[in-house]
Design a protein around this ligand. Structure first.
Ligand SMILES: [Zn+2]
Length: 418
């Protein structure tokens, strides 16, 4: 963690500032605290491999004890949940030490001890493309004059990556699952400020230190929803302009896979006691994105429309510029990471100057949950070898912009493992 993070970090329980306990074992490199113990007025928290762990769950307490015993690698194993699985832990530690490691190889080394989901396909799935468009529109508006963003329950940082060039200082990524935050910092969103924290407790940050606070594809799994939303609003309190956003939360009125404990559209609306939000059905936003834009946040979805939606997006802001149509950004001409053919495509065998790719879903479950990607991904596509070489070199060849716009070619983090 960067030392400047002390300015925004607060104990989730007593609310007081934290400080490095210099009498305990600690490791620093310049302004970065790599290992140590942080103290407030009520308790102590470990910093494990540069990530402050701001909760008191058993792994965190064990990790704190191990750091006091000068065992930072064992503390990381405890936070990975691998302290009782030494063979897996050794495999993961060996990979971490290797510059050849990829996101994928580390997730695979964790095996059943890490929920990797369909991460390989994340950057092109329908939930992500709507979340990304919302982030670019809403955060892009309120952070135009500077200011910091936070992605809460952001997992391994796929949407945090969409905030990297908008947030200044760097965005904060908070999630309960230490391993995911760790992967985000190394691969998905390098440069973000990672924090391990529990979404069911008060958030470990000072009031009003962010201009944009978001939570995507996770809110239906939060039990303390009322506290969570009031905390979200506390984080942006007093900032002008500012916005809070919950995207892709499921709807109690309809069934969805991985349902969680969703509320109704009005149930969500009523959580925002101090700032009236707008609730959008995500299918309308998805149609905007697939249709080439604009992403129309001036729309007012009625009760009947919202009832029928599988997923909702909720945006609260005092900035009227947020609730307008937002042109979609053009596809990137240079990758933030590396251009790759979308891993949902398999290449047909054969030589020649072109390669034919076919869409192939990894499982029936994937197709059921994300099959809407057929709206932008063609069943089959032929790409010239020279164009593939240009993409591999980080360039969009002339006339091939549409492949990037349709997510046939995706901009993936370096060393992602595709
Ligand atoms: Zn405290």
């Amino acid at each position: 963690m960067h030392k400047s993070t002390f300015d925004i970090l607060r104990c989730p329980y007593c609310g007081s500032r934290l400080d490095l306990v210099t009498s305990s074992f600690h490791e620093q490199q310049g302004d970065e605290i790599q290992t140590g113990v942080l103290g407030c007025q009520c308790c102590v928290f470990p910093v494990v491999d540069g990530i402050p762990v701001m909760h008191l769950q058993p792994h965190a307490v064990a990790a704190k004890d191990l750091i006091e015993q000068r065992k930072p690698v064992d503390a990381r194993r405890a936070m990975f949940g691998l302290d009782e699985h030494p063979a897996v832990a050794e495999r993961v530690d060996a990979l971490i030490a290797s510059p050849e490691a990829t996101y994928r190889s580390i997730v695979e080394a964790f095996g059943e001890y890490l929920e990797g989901g369909y991460f390989l396909y994340r950057f092109a799935d329908p939930t992500f493309i709507v979340g990304h468009a919302l982030v670019r529109a809403v955060a892009g508006t309120v952070l135009r004059g500077g200011g910091r963003a936070i992605d809460i329950a952001g997992g391994s940082g796929h949407l945090t990556r969409s905030l990297m060039d908008l947030s200044s200082p760097a965005p904060v990524l908070a999630d309960l699952y230490y391993a995911k935050v760790w992967l985000a910092r190394r691969f998905t969103a390098p440069g973000c400020e990672p924090v391990c924290s529990d979404g069911n407790t008060p958030m470990p940050f000072a009031r009003g230190v962010f201009r944009f606070a978001m939570c995507s594809d996770a809110f239906m799994y939060i039990w303390t929803k009322r506290q969570f939303v009031l905390e979200l609003l506390r984080l942006i309190d007093g900032q002008r302009p500012a916005a809070a956003m919950i995207s892709h939360t499921h709807n109690q009125c309809t069934w969805t896979p991985s349902h969680g404990q969703p509320l109704t559209p009005d149930g969500y609306r009523h959580l925002f006691e101090t700032l009236e939000p707008r609730v959008f059905g995500e299918s309308g936003l998805f149609a905007d994105v697939v249709g080439g834009g604009p992403l129309d946040l001036s729309r007012v979805d009625g009760a009947k429309t919202l009832e029928a939606e599988q997923a909702l997006a909720i945006v609260a802001s005092t900035d009227p510029r947020v609730f307008t149509p937002h042109p979609l950004e053009p596809p990137p001409s240079r990758p933030a990471g590396e251009f790759h053919v979308n891993p949902l495509y398999t290449a047909d065998a054969g030589g020649g100057d072109t390669v034919r790719f076919r869409l192939r879903f990894p499982s029936d479950d994937y197709e059921q949950e994300y099959g809407a990607c057929r709206r932008y991904l063609p069943e089959a596509v032929t790409i010239g070898r020279a164009d593939l070489d240009a993409f591999a070199a980080g360039r969009v060849p002339p006339g091939a912009e549409d492949l990037v716009r349709r997510r046939v070619v995706v901009d993936l983090p370096r060393r992602y493992g595709v």
